[in-house]
Write a protein that binds this ligand. Structure first.
Ligand SMILES: Cc1ncc(COP(=O)(O)O)c(C=O)c1O
Length: 370
């Protein structure tokens, strides 16, 4: 699905040196690499504060902790997403309120969000799924009217930008009160292990986030709030500093590969290609096709037999996962999400896809679905 070795080889000399420099400095936790990455990321995203942490799930959890929510407070998110989004809500004894998604963009349906708002609603977590921003214009409007927080889950869309109707163009992760991202190796900006970050333009929130991520201490050994230990280590920061200047070109390469896929798959009435929302750039964390009149479940094995990996993101919607059965959702409640879980599959998508590989994949997919 990804070609991390191919990507590494292109920056090998610089990357090896960057890693070696950290080892030689013996500064593994914090230090200049983490600070340097933080500042470069702030500049890249056009956001006031980037607070690195250990992974994207921690980022979501810490963000949620920063709002002093109380047990039973409700947080709205999409039923069609990776489990991490809802997991942290549940872990903090908050109530995940799931809503359906838009059938075209697969992102949270803003009308459903509007309907789900109640007296206990405290936050919305839009997920920029597969690399494209959710309808942030409406989400921010809804949140402002209701006086609630927005935490963007931008784990899959780092480097994407969103254009508001007043022509303001901003980075994914910088629109809500807090943005959260992951540097998991296969992400568009991935390190060589685990990593994550939170973004905010709010000084007070930035202070709180830093404090929570650092055992709740503002000053060393003075713990003002209950916190966690969540750090991006210096080696990962050094790796990310080598890759960050290439992120735009990685995303362009993904977009070009996606356009090539589109061009060929649009010829088949068995496949529905990803819809690109004109308000968001799509950075194609995943290239996800919707099947039309073919048995989706047979596709991965048939492709695997031809040497092509594929994945189903996601086979089971959140509301039908065993771990979340106590929320009381029923099958049929979120028809778009359920339909997508039955029909979608994702193809290899990364910055290193060449024409030969694309042709090989395209031919195999068209044969399998025909
Ligand atoms: C949408 C979404 N949110 C959160 C996460 C969690 O990130 P991490 O794996 O770094 O904890 C992921 C990672 O796969 C994700 O795709």
């Amino acid at each position: 699905m990804v070609d991390l070795m191919g990507q590494y080889e292109k920056v090998k000399a610089e990357m090896d040196q960057a890693i070696l420099n950290v080892v030689k400095s013996s500064i593994y936790i914090g230090g200049p690499e983490v600070k340097g990455f933080q500042e470069e990321m702030e500049k890249f995203l056009g956001v006031k504060h980037v607070i690195p942490c250990a992974n994207g799930t921690d980022a979501l959890q810490i963000a949620m902790m920063a709002f002093n929510l109380q047990p039973g407070d409700e947080v709205i998110t999409a039923a069609f997403t990776y489990v991490a989004t809802a997991e942290v809500i549940a872990l903090l004894k908050l109530k995940p309120v799931l809503v359906d998604v838009d059938p075209e963009t697969f992102n949270i349906d803003v009308e459903q969000v509007r309907k789900a708002i109640g007296p206990k609603t405290k936050a919305i977590v839009p997920v920029h799924l597969f690399g494209q921003c959710a309808n942030m214009e409406e989400i921010m409007k809804i949140a402002t009217e209701a006086g609630i927080f927005v935490i963007e889950d931008t784990a899959q869309a780092i480097g994407a930008s969103y254009t508001f109707s007043d022509a303001r163009k901003v980075s994914a992760g910088s629109m809500g009160h807090i943005g959260c991202t992951s540097f998991f190796p296969s992400k568009n900006l991935g390190c060589y292990g685990d990593g994550g970050a939170m973004m905010t333009n709010d000084d007070d929130l930035a202070f709180k986030i830093r404090q929570i991520a650092n055992h709740g201490q503002g000053k060393r050994y003075y713990h003002d709030v209950v916190g966690v230990n969540s750090r991006l280590d210096a080696i990962q920061a050094a790796i990310l500093r080598v890759k960050l200047p290439h992120l735009d070109s990685y995303n362009i390469a993904r977009r070009e590969a996606a356009s090539y896929y589109d061009e060929h798959f649009n010829k088949s009435d068995r496949l529905i290609t990803p819809v690109r929302d004109p308000k968001s750039t799509h950075v194609f964390h995943q290239y996800t096709l919707k099947t039309n009149g073919v048995e989706r479940d047979l596709i991965p094995d048939k492709l695997a037999a031809k040497g092509i990996p594929s994945m189903i993101y996601y086979p089971v919607p959140l509301h039908l996962q065993k771990a979340y059965s106590d929320l009381g959702y029923k099958e049929g409640q979120f028809p778009v999400t359920e339909d997508l879980c039955r029909r979608v599959f994702s193809l290899p998508m990364h910055s290193e896809l060449g024409r030969e590989e694309l042709d090989f994949i395209v031919a195999a997919v068209l044969e399998v679905v025909s």
